[in-house]
Write a protein of this length. Structure first.
Length: 253
């Protein structure tokens, strides 16, 4: 009986040794196994979160790019329409000044920065200069809500009429005296914050020049002209055509 008992115990020990050897000589701890499984689950969740974060960042980047593109499209742009196939960019607003570059008809547009008489001041492929407005087309000025030049300067507009809509301002053009032909219309805000459209036959960086213009109009026409002071150049929404058939100047003198 003792021999049989000892034989059974020896066999049991042998089997246990085989099992331990199979498990690298260690008996698995149920608590450690559970903790390891929990860590694996946590790592998997973190990896999934990283994937979602990457997707969100990509979407946000695309959204910003699209917004930036829309903002660029709102900027006033100048296109060359010369029959010669090109348009010179000059250092100053006259036909005899130095040529800094050329725009091509049907080519890329230049960014509109301002104007002087019938000349547009533009930025084209890193070059800033003037192009003759007779051979250029200005677009997008009515879409722009930002100042296009003189952002850090006060601009003094000579106002001869204020209207609630652009249509009313254009209609008023037909009954104005000839002396006001070529007046531009600018979008602004009244004292209550409402959008209004002001007909302005001139604008200046100097208050004294604006006052002189106002005095001349009121002495000659008695139309109640007044000065509108603006922080920077206001958005022009309608460019008047003067008696000569040329577009009136955009921007302060």
């Amino acid at each position: 009986m003792k021999k049989e008992t000892l034989l059974i115990m020896a066999l049991a020990l042998a089997l246990t040794g085989c099992k331990d050897a199979k498990n690298n000589g260690e008996v698995a701890d149920p608590q450690q196994t559970e903790e390891k499984q929990g860590q694996n689950v946590k790592e998997d969740d973190e990896q999934e979160d990283e994937v979602f974060d990457e997707d969100d960042n990509a979407k946000e980047t695309k959204k910003k790019d699209a917004t930036s593109k829309r903002e660029r499209n709102k900027k006033p742009m100048v296109y060359c329409i010369s029959d010669d196939g090109f348009l010179n960019i000059r250092e100053f607003p006259n036909a005899s000044s130095k040529i800094l570059g050329r725009m091509l008809t049907g080519g890329d547009a230049a960014e509109y920065l301002g104007s002087s008489g019938n000349w547009y001041y533009v930025r084209y492929k890193g070059v800033e200069g003037y192009v003759n407005g007779k051979f250029a087309r200005l677009t997008g000025l009515e879409e722009s809500s930002t100042n296009v030049s003189g952002a850090n300067k006060k601009v003094y507009y000579v106002v001869v009429g204020t209207y609630e809509s652009l249509a009313e301002a254009k209609k008023a053009m037909t009954v104005q005296p000839d002396a006001l032909d070529g007046s531009n219309v600018y979008r602004g805000k009244d004292k209550n914050g409402r959008t209004v459209f002001r007909m302005c036959p001139g604008c200046y960086y100097s208050r004294a020049e604006a006052q002189e213009h106002v005095k001349g109009l009121n002495d000659f026409l008695d139309i109640g002209a007044w000065i509108w002071e603006s922080d920077g150049v206001a958005p022009c929404v309608y460019q008047g055509i003067g008696l000569s058939g040329e577009p009136s100047q955009i921007g302060p003198q």
